[in-house]
Design a protein around this ligand. Structure first.
Ligand SMILES: Cc1ncc(COP(=O)(O)O)c(C=O)c1O
Length: 405
């Protein structure tokens, strides 16, 4: 019998790279040989977990607890703490049984997408938007439709856009993902608009996945939660951003009743559980001592955001996202390049400043001439020390003055 030749790779596994990870790798490589790297590409705090969390982890480790597998949905104490957090922060009564603890919010997204969407289903998200939604959904065979959300919409979707899309398609999508504050833009969906979106989704049988992982990092008003309007959607949270515990890999989902059991079974099979030590220690992240410390970080992000937005004109930038929260600045650099990947690489090589090309968030589409094309934008994270953020802006301004076309 002849050899059967089959590619060892699946088609659905051929996802876009997460460009920020490539940049981070290059920045880490440079850091080993040069002493000048300022990393502004990664979407993570530059600070450790709150002291109370680290103390709790140290106490745990000095005892005899085995830290073996936990329940697939997580340890009861953390699920209860998170449920209580929804009551105090948003006035929402959440049953701990509907809270699933996951390996980062990334673990929640995979389980939710698998539980709720079949291959061929349509899910809407924004362009620009967080790339892992698109790439994970596509790997699962789900059709992702990106809605152009530019400066006029403050980079966020509206009910009118959803209704218009549905009228044109002839049927509503299976799902909609929103993030407020968003990555890469940091913009918020207003309370009224989020309420209108949640109501529209419930009325049209659309699963709303509300990514609320940047809650706590807002500079104007606190972000509202989709469950303040409708409990038919899913809320996603994480310890990675406000709570400064990115590498601990703990996130969560708050699930509508019909999804709970399916998500539990999927989580048990996909991950068994989220890291046990972190789950136990994470309870302290919601205490008053941690809050004081974490709110201090938010105050610094705000100062850094103000510095960066005020200095963007030094790069000749005229258009940027008016970040209400998160820790990013997303800016139009179309006067400097139409290839943000090459430009960001050059910036790293020439200045030691690592920033992220916009193509992560709005991939270049050959033949489509869009002002939102990510090849014309870049994102920088303002989560570092204020002195580093200022130094990075000075280096960028010098680089642009030397190289601008
Ligand atoms: C909008 C958004 N959602 C989800 C994630 C995933 O975060 P994690 O898995 O660390 O909770 C990120 C990470 O940057 C993000 O920006």
């Amino acid at each position: 019998m002849g050899r059967v030749s089959r590619s060892p790779l699946s088609q659905r596994g051929q996802v876009e790279p997460f460009h920020v990870m490539e940049l981070l790798k290059a920045a880490n490589q440079r850091a080993r040989t040069h002493g000048d790297v300022i990393t502004m590409c990664a979407g993570q705090p530059s600070t450790p977990a709150p002291v109370a969390v680290r103390q709790a982890a140290a106490r745990e480790l000095s005892g005899d607890a085995p830290h073996g597998y936990t329940d697939a949905m997580g340890v009861a104490a953390l699920r209860e703490t998170i449920a209580a957090h929804y009551l105090s922060a948003y006035g929402i009564d959440v049953d701990p049984a509907s809270v699933a603890i996951t390996p980062g919010s990334s673990g929640a997204f995979t389980a939710i997408f698998l539980a709720a969407f079949d291959p061929g289903d349509v899910v809407l998200m924004t362009r620009p938007g967080y790339p892992a939604y698109r790439n994970t959904l596509q790997a699962l065979g789900v059709r992702v439709v990106e809605l152009d959300c530019g400066p006029e919409q403050r980079f966020q979707p509206t009910v009118e856009m959803l209704a218009e899309w549905t009228a044109q398609a002839g049927a509503p999508p299976a799902g909609l993902i929103v993030a407020s504050p968003a990555n890469p833009t940091g913009t918020l969906i207003t309370d009224a608009e989020l309420a209108a979106i949640a109501t529209w989704c419930e009325e049209n049988g659309v699963l709303l996945v509300s990514d609320e992982i940047y809650h706590g990092i807002t500079f104007t008003e606190p972000a509202s939660s989709a469950w303040q309007t409708s409990r038919s959607g899913v809320l996603v949270g994480s310890l990675s951003k406000y709570y400064s515990m990115t590498g601990w890999r703990i996130g969560w989902a708050v699930l509508p009743t019909p999804l709970v059991r399916t998500v539990e079974l999927l989580l048990g099979n996909l991950h068994i559980c989220a890291p046990a030590l972190g789950q136990v220690a994470a309870v302290e992240a919601f205490g008053p001592e941690a809050k004081l410390e974490l709110d201090g970080h938010v105050a610094r992000y705000r100062v850094n955001r103000d510095h960066v937005l005020a200095r963007l004109p030094e790069l000749g930038v005229r258009t940027w996202a008016p970040a209400d929260g998160a820790f990013y600045a997303y800016a139009d650099i179309s006067h400097l390049t139409r290839d943000s990947t090459a430009w960001c690489r050059e910036v790293l090589d020439e200045t030691g400043v690592a920033i992220t090309p916009g193509v992560d968030f709005a991939p270049h589409r050959p033949g489509v001439d869009s002002p939102l094309d990510g090849s014309r934008w870049f994102r920088l994270s303002v989560a570092g020390a204020t002195a580093d953020v200022d130094e990075a802006m000075t280096r960028l301004a010098t680089f642009v003055a030397r190289t601008a076309p």
